[in-house]
Ligand binder design. Structure first.
Ligand code: KIV
Length: 288
């Protein structure tokens, strides 16, 4: 079994030019598949709001939901670098909230780092969490928690003005002490520039290939989440199709009395006659 990575390993990978592959998932089963597949990191993301809970966005996700899912992921992938995702409202009101909630991830879900969305506007929260001894992953560009103020899930940094704001966010996150930075939904040129300028690992999701690694939602790349598929997703499997076909087959077999078959049944231990006698004895007890 591969040794669990540390933040130093992530820096070494950057140094060596080895790309990091991380994935977003929310439960112990998928976490164990990802660990067996050799994933570098798992983010237990607040996209669980849409994928697991059926909300339209990530805003309703709470700390308690995030912690419970993160605990499941940790149990499924005990040897994989795990990042907890601070949900909307858990770090915005004060630096005290930010530190307290980041600590909950460490103490209750055994994470290796926390991620939070935003740049200039949350630099004080990143600094406070970092000063408390925790590892922060920054996340800028298309930040789903603020999709309402962005007018939806829209790519950022496409105009010069917007690119300037993304780059200013990257600088603020770095200067506040974040140990890595994730850029989401920006043109490759912007991500490449930030990657070239910053000494910390810079990762992308929908930000092109010129950075230190990629993250993607398991629900998107395995074809599970059907409501919406971003342009940057490549599908590696069709779990939705397989699951629907499997369940349809099960329905058919139950109705046709094919399932359960002999191999799915427990056997009595003893003579059938003894059980017949028992049933006869018990029958009167069913009378009202
Ligand atoms: O919660 C999530 O899935 C994320 C990814 C978009 C990186 O934050």
């Amino acid at each position: 079994m591969a040794k669990k990575k540390s933040i130093l390993d992530l820096y070494q990978m950057k140094e060596n030019g080895e790309k990091a592959a991380w994935i977003v998932l929310y439960d112990s089963c998928y976490a164990s598949y990802a660990e067996a597949a050799g994933i570098d990191m798992i983010l237990c993301g607040d996209s669980m709001g849409m994928v697991v809970y059926g909300y339209e966005g990530t805003v309703p996700v709470t700390m308690d939901m995030s912690i419970a899912h993160c605990q499941g992921v940790r149990r499924g992938a005990p040897n994989t670098y795990l990042i907890g995702d601070l949900p909307f409202g858990s770090y915005h009101a004060s630096t005290e909230d930010a530190v307290r909630n980041a600590m909950r991830f460490y103490k209750e879900a055994d994470v290796d780092a926390v991620k939070l969305e935003g740049g200039v506007a949350v630099a004080d929260k990143i600094r406070a969490i970092t000063q408390a001894g925790m590892v922060v992953f920054g996340h800028i560009g298309l930040t789903p928690q603020s999709s309402a103020s962005m007018g939806g899930f829209k790519a950022q940094g496409r105009t010069v003005e917007s690119a300037k704001a993304v780059i200013e966010d990257a600088i603020a996150v770095y200067k506040a002490g974040a140990r890595t930075l994730l850029l989401e939904g920006v043109p490759e040129e912007i991500c490449a520039f930030v990657h070239q300028m910053l000494p910390i690992p810079v990762y992308g999701i929908g930000a092109g290939a010129q950075c230190d690694g990629q993250v993607i939602l398991a629900a998107d790349m395995l074809g599970m989440y059907q409501n919406f598929t971003p342009k940057f997703v490549k599908k590696y499997a069709d779990i939705a199709g397989m699951a629907t076909n499997g369940i349809a087959e099960y329905v058919k077999e139950v109705k046709a009395d094919i399932f359960p078959g002999p191999e799915h049944k427990y056997k009595i231990s003893g003579e059938q006659e003894e059980f017949n006698q028992l049933f006869e004895q018990m029958k009167p007890l069913f009378e009202k």
